[in-house]
Design a protein around this ligand. Structure first.
Ligand SMILES: NC(=O)c1ccc[n+]([C@@H]2O[C@H](COP(=O)([O-])OP(=O)(O)OC[C@H]3O[C@@H](n4cnc5c(N)ncnc54)[C@H](O)[C@@H]3O)[C@@H](O)[C@H]2O)c1
Length: 255
């Protein structure tokens, strides 16, 4: 249930806001009063999200480009100092054994998932430090907490996001900054469908989906709203004593 006004007066940036978890996070924040800059490479998807986020502005760009993060700062300037960041932009990359991963695919994966997260934080953190206040939630994965045989390169990139976030937390804990990450298990989004699609023909796709479902103690995939609820909690003042946490939102998969 939205709590009107939980984020009223706060300005936030959500990357990956055109789809899935970023979109649900943006819609949740906006419903509770935040004014947002929505950032994604998918301009059409951004416009759809913005329709449910009153007062938001869109920036279409690439999280791997520092210049595009500068455009996010420009777009946020009329709204006020940025107090909230959620970095949901990410890609799956090849769901293949490490020996089959092409160098270009590895570089792109780390550029989007790791460098893209770092660039967003590098751009925005100075404003938060100047204000002495800021809450950051990055998007890692259950695959960033435990090795993953289906998508090992993705797993490595998300492990980097976990420690980027924890390092951020301990670096700025006395300066009013909190940084946490969510580590979703399989959540019903286009990315999850891509994970299955990479298995091959229809039978292999169905088998991979069934295996993912069977490995989850709850026997189901999560919803985007179940993750967004956790992100909103970590961004809110209710989490004022929580920083450096990597929170599984996974139906008990890593329990
Ligand atoms: N869905 C899951 O099961 C799951 C599980 C664990 C972690 N995650 C993580 O959660 C985050 C969101 O995933 P999702 O499932 O919503 O995926 P999604 O594919 O639905 O959305 C990802 C969004 O990121 C955007 N994006 C990708 N590359 C970009 C770039 N270079 N610049 C700007 N935007 C870019 C895409 O356009 C898309 O809108 C990702 O970081 C993902 O790794 C997802």
């Amino acid at each position: 249930m939205p709590r009107p006004d939980r984020f009223t007066g706060r300005v936030g940036v959500v990357t990956g806001a055109a789809s899935g978890l970023g979109r649900a996070t943006a819609i949740g924040l906006a419903a509770e009063g935040a004014r947002l800059v929505l950032f994604d490479r998918d301009a059409e998807g951004l416009a759809e999200t913005a329709a449910s986020c009153p007062g938001s502005v869109c920036v279409a760009g690439d999280v791997t480009a520092a210049a595009d993060h500068a455009r996010v700062l420009d777009a946020a300037a009329p709204l006020g100092p940025i107090a909230l960041v959620a970095t949901a932009a990410g890609i799956l990359g090849p769901a293949a054994p490490l020996t089959d991963v092409a160098e270009a695919d590895w570089d792109r994966l780390f550029a989007v998932n790791v460098k893209g997260t770092w660039l967003a934080i590098r751009a925005i953190l100075p404003q938060m430090l100047a204000a002495g206040r800021g809450a950051i939630v990055t998007f890692a994965s259950g695959a960033g907490l435990a090795g993953n045989p289906t998508m090992p390169a993705y797993s490595a990139s998300k492990g980097a996001v976990v420690l980027l976030t924890r390092s951020l937390a301990v670096s700025h804990v006395t300066q009013g900054i909190r940084a946490n990450c969510v580590c979703p298990g399989p959540i019903e989004t286009p990315m999850l469908r891509d994970t299955f699609a990479q298995a091959g023909d229809a039978a292999a796709v169905a088998a991979r989906e069934a295996a993912f479902r069977a490995r989850n103690p709850m026997g189901r995939f999560g919803t985007v709203d179940e993750v967004a609820e956790s992100v909103l909690f970590l961004l809110s003042d209710a989490a004022s004593y929580i920083t450096g946490v990597a929170l599984p939102v996974d139906g008990g998969k890593l329990a």
